[in-house]
Design a protein around this ligand. Structure first.
Ligand code: XIL
Length: 464
């Protein structure tokens, strides 16, 4: 079992490490002046006026390694299952909020906002609803919304009022609501939700509406007509259950056109699935895809936030619904952060690389670019790219940085390392001192960390 990966745990661990280091070495081990933790995804998103959240489900709340991450990394939570009709009104007129209340309480304890999910949907609908008469169904639907949205009034910032009401070709899905109430059921649901919780933002939520196409056109027209008729709607949720390498090229344009109608947009259920097992190539593609989605949201002011559909590959719905596929999230099964995590981190403005230019005898010198290429509990792999920015070839080069948070550098390849306290010096190996002008050579290493592992504030490169 790996160590807890939650931020709170890591900060505690950092403090312990400093104390141990000082006692064991018995000399000046400069303690970091503050815990200077890396920001969380939630903090990075908040700095951009957004949220970055995760869905969760009740069974996982008993897993301490899981909740350590859930409670610290995200500033928003979606109730993944237990606000759905089958849980909240399992039999007609009998409401049960026990499970959903547990998740909402967790979120409140961790200063996380909650998206409510979902009031009217054809799935996870108890059987009894299907046998309600056409005459009764409008009242049954309104009563459900009044009770559920009424119970969570003031506790959810958004409601997914209606979920998945359209077919791929843009026609209405023939759900029991569509068949027995007709086209008006969506507007009726939104009006009932507004009455029950006037401060919650009301969303229409669906999948395969991330890019421009027949289905998203239908949602676009629905929102447009609601706006014209004064039916209350505040947002569109793009679920974004995506496939590796297939982020729609029109994603940003689509978000923008909804925003231009005067509604907010949220990425509500993001995951990017691949054929399992993972490998480095797929991980890199997935990281690029997560980066694209995050940047598309940040590019549109009215895109208010992103929610991943749970955060760890061990707790994803994908493998059970898409056999042979999975690894769709930003943490692996053991809560280690994947390249996708770092892509989101970077897209949200977090720093994962440092580059410094220095002069050298070969003209304008060299640059060293430091990057953590993967990180897991207690360990990391780093890489430094040395680029000749001078006019003549280098004969040798030297790169230096400081391990400011008590990290270590262990095995290193394509270079020769010496460490002096916190100072790391890497010189070229006997075969890669010569770099032609404009070319780059790279060395890598494995290291350990505890507490936090930020990239160094500065790194120097000198060449001759
Ligand atoms: C999924 C849950 O993650 C599963 O645990 C459950 O068995 C089925 O529903 N679109 C939605 C979500 O709006 O509610 C679905 O969640 C995934 C697809």
């Amino acid at each position: 079992m790996s160590a807890p990966a939650g931020r709170a745990h890591r900060v505690l661990a950092a403090t312990a490490a400093v104390v141990v280091g000082t006692l064991a070495v018995g000399m000046a081990v400069a303690a970091p002046s503050s815990a200077a933790a890396e920001p969380t995804l939630g903090e990075l998103a908040a700095a951009k006026g957004r949220y970055f959240g995760s869905a969760t489900d009740n069974p996982t709340l008993d897993n301490a390694s899981y909740t350590a991450v859930l409670g610290s990394e995200f500033n928003q939570i979606t109730v993944g299952n237990t606000q759905k009709w089958m849980y909240t009104e399992p039999s007609r007129g009998q409401f049960d909020y026990t499970k959903a209340d547990q998740i909402v309480a967790f979120a409140q304890q961790h200063d996380q906002i909650v998206r409510g999910h979902t009031l009217v949907w054809h799935n996870q609908l108890p059987d009894w609803v299907n046998s309600v008469s056409a005459g009764d169904l409008p009242d049954v639907m309104r009563n459900h919304i009044a009770n559920v949205a009424g119970h969570f009034k003031g506790k959810v910032v958004h409601w997914d009022v209606v979920n998945e009401a359209f077919e791929e070709d843009g026609t209405r899905r023939q759900s029991v609501f569509q068949q027995k109430i007709g086209d008006s059921y969506i507007a009726e649901a939104f009006k009932a939700a507004r009455a029950a919780d006037p401060n919650a933002k009301l969303y229409y939520n669906d999948y395969n509406i991330e890019g421009i196409g027949s289905k998203s056109d239908a949602v676009y027209n629905l929102v447009k007509s609601f706006k014209q008729q004064g039916v209350p709607i505040d947002g569109v949720g793009l679920q974004a259950h995506l496939i590796l390498g297939q982020v729609p090229s029109t994603l940003q344009r689509n978000i923008q056109r909804f925003a231009d109608l005067g509604v907010d947009v949220a990425i509500t259920e993001l995951d990017i699935r691949m054929r399992t097992p993972r490998d480095a190539t797929k991980d890199a593609q997935q990281a690029a895809d997560y980066r694209t989605v995050t940047k598309a949201c940040l590019a549109v002011t009215r895109c208010v936030g992103i929610t991943v559909w749970d955060f760890s590959d061990g707790y994803s719905w994908i493998p059970s619904v898409f056999p042979g596929e999975g690894a769709a999230l930003i943490y692996d099964e053991d809560f280690a952060r994947k390249p996708s995590y770092w892509a989101v981190y970077e897209a949200l403005g977090g720093t994962t690389t440092t580059t410094t230019t220095t002069t050298g005898d070969n003209g304008s010198g060299c640059t060293a670019t430091y990057r953590v290429t993967s990180q897991w509990n207690g360990g990391y792999q780093g890489e430094v790219a040395v680029r000749n920015t001078g006019a003549t070839a280098t004969a040798r080069w030297t790169v230096k940085w400081t391990l400011a948070q008590g990290q270590t550098v262990g095995n290193l390849w394509n270079g020769v390392a010496t460490t002096n306290g916190q100072e790391v010096t890497v010189r070229n190996a006997n075969y890669n001192g010569a770099i032609a002008p404009g070319d780059t050579t790279t060395f890598g290493f494995l290291g350990s960390w505890i507490g936090t592992n930020p990239v160094p504030a500065t790194i120097t490169c000198t060449s001759a």
